[in-house]
Design a protein around this ligand. Structure first.
Ligand code: AMP
Length: 221
């Protein structure tokens, strides 16, 4: 089986939920660059201060910043047997940087060890999903007020914390993130296809339907 899983798809396509599940199932670390960057912002690190302006506008954080964050994370011991990437790479230059980082770490090769799963979904559905997304600041559980609401409005089912709305989940930033996705990230579809590591998944079903399809793709490989 492959050891590196890359998830490709527009914002709000459900990648975060499925990658967390897959990480639990395979006991691999779930590496989510958006969360790593938000943690840097919260901790007011030098990288976080640079990243903030880009994130608030729905733009990609510069390659240098994101490469440093990802290289640092992939160098940790829990990545020795593989890992699941969520939100990285997000452009061709980031995919090339990933390939370079992997060869520097000397453990994996992008073509041999990675699988890229593309979440195929209608874009119009997605803006609504993003606007209705809520997450728990304490345990990280993600809800959707329409398709997956918490039992008590605005409170986490797991730990009772008050749910929050991500700052970049307002309509204006959400639309900007789609434009960024189309311009920068969508070309990765062809890039991974050419490399022979692309798998496609229909991502407009329920969370459990998508999960069943994802398992088939991952375990039938
Ligand atoms: P996400 O949580 O994956 O939706 O990411 C939120 C924001 O973080 C994005 O809109 C970007 O501004 C930034 N970000 C996350 N991952 C990356 C990446 N791989 N490259 C550049 N910026 C990123």
């Amino acid at each position: 089986m492959k050891k590196i899983f890359i998830f490709l798809g527009p914002p709000g396509s459900g990648k975060g939920t499925q990658t967390s599940r897959l990480a639990d199932k395979l006991s691999l670390p779930h590496i989510d660059t958006g969360s790593l960057l938000r943690k840097n912002i919260q901790d007011e690190t030098e990288l976080g201060i640079i990243a903030k302006g880009f994130i608030d506008k729905g733009n990609l954080v510069p390659l240098k910043v994101v490469s440093e964050v990802i290289k640092d994370r992939l160098s940790k011991d829990d990545c020795l047997d593989g890992f699941i990437l969520d939100g990285f790479p997000r452009s061709i230059e980031q995919a090339e940087a990933l390939s370079q980082i992997l060869s520097e770490l000397g453990k994996f090769d992008l073509k041999e060890d990675a699988m890229a799963v593309y979440f195929d979904i209608d874009n119009e559905l997605l803006i609504q999903r993003l606007i209705n997304r809520r997450s728990c600041p304490k345990c990280g559980t993600i809800y959707n007020l329409i398709s997956n609401p918490p039992k008590i409005m605005d409170y986490c089912d797991i730990c009772d914390s008050k749910l929050t709305i991500r700052k970049d989940d307002n309509e204006e930033t959400a639309r900007a993130r789609f434009v960024t996705y189309e311009n920068e990230t969508a070309p990765l579809y062809e890039f991974f296809k050419q490399l022979g590591i692309l798998k496609e998944l229909k991502a407009d079903g329920s969370i459990s339907e998508i999960w069943e399809e994802l398992k088939k793709i991952v375990f039938d490989e």
